[in-house]
Write a protein that binds this ligand. Structure first.
Ligand SMILES: [Zn+2]
Length: 534
């Protein structure tokens, strides 16, 4: 069956199967040991939509892999809390106090919010509650626990053994004039506690130690000039970023990790390092970044772009998941206007998922991934009614209402199967009312038709006054004829109708909409709007 499955998580899962074959000879991992997936988190800031999408996508690959291989999996959410703080984030309190600790590992800096034992403990707690709120299954792992708890010791000693090989991977990529002095190890200064101000002056592989001096001016702060010799193990040192990534892969035996496009080079170097250590790099892929409405990269420190909370105001979580699921290799603009379309595409997929009994089709439908928890608990995932989110938005727009029940009344009259999907639709109405209030209402501009279009409006009025059928197709073709018969350019005709009825340039298929709103009601609405002419 696997060769018929086309969704990208299956492509990734196949890569893992190949990776496991390559890694077999080097690893003690057996068939019953979980295959390990990793996602990385930098606790210098709060989790955001990028964190969510990486964890969600990795979860989907896990699911595809389980489907193809039947093997157990585990997702590790790794927080690099030994990393030194390079810059005070703009969106935290007590910035001046935090500034004094620049250059120290995040786990040794006080919590600016005063709630947890350290800066990174606060961010890690936020990460966990964030991931828990979406019911992700994962194991939280912290860099601090692994360095200071000795889990990384063997790997660190191995790096010391392969010191020159590791240096030879990184040094050609450095532009720094002192690059020949570069060392993978960064000592946490025994005197000032900073990790960004030290440099290694000598290595002693024979006893597993390095000598260092704390004399690097970091961000204008004077270094303490302490020097000494420390073991590389037990958290006295940490290794620089690309080596750190390789160290995790090597020690933990990570089988799969994806990363943003900005980390392609890092992933390549980390792969070379893990091979130099005698390990096998994980399978993985890169994903493109989100862009804002103008096509610029979203900056989390400047707070541009849409947050998850923003999205959830106007679209269900599943519509966000849909947006993230689609083509991860393409850069995507993330702004409010994408929400209705993503929601409708999700509803269509949900309807297809519910309608088919073909296993391959179901497994290949994004809903199989997006709704995994509900599917696994045996819940039936369907969407039977023909009501789209855009239709609800248009209805709210013409009703110009904030009354949930009035919207329901109209929908029930339109489609008597809506109650089958009551829970989904009820939720969509709430979000549509909010979307209308915040985005549509402020831009609404009704416009009366010109003389040319009025002839067509008159013909459509006549039709609606006499029509007693109940068929959106008949209404659509009458609306079409009203423009066509009177030689009105169809683009102009429909745009004029949307401006008259909805105060917008674009709108739904007119036949569907008039059927939904009601022929009598549409007639009254046209007359009300036209009466504003006098
Ligand atoms: Zn120092």
């Amino acid at each position: 069956m696997s060769e018929k499955l086309e969704s990208w998580p299956y492509r990734e899962a196949s890569k893992i199967i190949d990776h496991l074959q390559r890694a077999q000879s080097r690893s003690a991992k057996g068939q019953s040991d979980p295959v390990l997936f990793e996602t990385g988190f930098g606790p210098s800031g709060l989790p955001h939509i990028g964190t969510f999408s990486e964890v969600a996508r990795t979860n989907w690959v896990c699911r595809a892999f389980s489907e193809l291989s039947g093997r157990p999996t585990k997702l590790i959410a790794f927080s690099d809390d030994m990393d030194g703080l390079r810059k005070v984030p703009e969106n935290i309190p007590n910035g001046d106090m935090i500034a004094e600790h620049l250059g120290k590992p995040l786990c040794d800096i006080p919590d600016p919010f005063g709630e947890e034992e350290s800066f990174s403990a606060y961010m890690n707690a936020k990460l966990r509650s964030f991931l828990d709120s979406f019911d992700f299954q994962y194991e939280f792992v912290s860099s601090k626990d692994h360095y200071r708890g000795g889990v990384f010791n063997d790997g660190l000693l191995r790096i010391l053994e392969c010191y020159e090989e590791v240096r030879n991977v990184i040094i050609p990529t450095l532009r720094n004039p002192n690059r020949d002095e570069w060392s993978p190890f960064f000592v946490v200064c025994e005197n000032c506690g900073k990790v960004n101000n030290t440099r290694v002056t000598d290595v002693h592989p024979e006893d597993g130690t390095v000598s260092y001096v704390c004399d690097q001016s970091f961000r204008g702060a004077e270094a303490c000039n302490h020097s000494g010799t420390v073991p590389v193990t037990d958290g006295h040192t940490k290794v620089g970023w690309k080596v750190d990534w390789a160290l995790r892969w090597y020690v933990l035996g990570i089988d799969y990790e994806m990363y943003g496009k900005d980390l392609i080079e890092s992933a390549d170097l980390s792969s070379k390092i893990v091979r130099a250590l005698g390990g096998e790099p994980p399978a993985g892929m890169f994903y493109e970044m989100f862009l804002d409405e103008n096509g610029a990269k979203i900056s989390k420190s400047k707070g541009t772009g849409l947050s998850i909370d923003d999205w959830l105001q106007y679209g269900p979580l599943e519509s966000l998941a849909w947006f993230i699921f689609k083509k991860p290799e393409k850069a995507k603009k993330l702004f409010f206007e994408v929400i209705p379309r993503s929601t409708d595409q999700y509803l269509e997929a949900r309807s297809e998922f519910g309608d088919t009994t073909d296993d391959t089709e179901r497994l290949d439908n994004p809903v199989f991934f997006i709704e995994s928890q509900s599917i696994d608990t045996g819940e039936e995932i369907t969407y039977r009614s023909g009501i789209s989110y855009s239709m609800i938005l248009n209805l709210v727009s013409v009703l110009n209402t904030d009354d949930h029940d009035i919207v329901w009344d109209y929908l029930r009259r339109y489609d008597d199967s809506v109650d089958d999907d009551a829970e989904v639709i009820d939720d969509l109405i709430d979000r549509a009312l909010r979307y209308y209030r915040d985005f549509i209402l402020p831009t609404k501009e009704f416009q009366l038709p010109d003389e040319e279009v009025m002839v067509g409006v008159e013909q459509l009025r006549q039709f609606l006054a006499e029509y007693d059928g109940d068929d959106p197709e008949e209404i659509q073709s009458a609306a079409y004829r009203a423009g066509k018969d009177n030689d009105i350019k169809l683009g102009k005709w429909f745009r004029s109708m949307y401006r008259l009825l909805l105060g917008q340039d674009r709108g739904p298929r007119l036949g569907t909409f008039i059927h939904l709103y009601g022929t009598r009601e549409t007639l009254t609405l046209i007359d009300e709007r036209l009466s504003e002419r006098q």
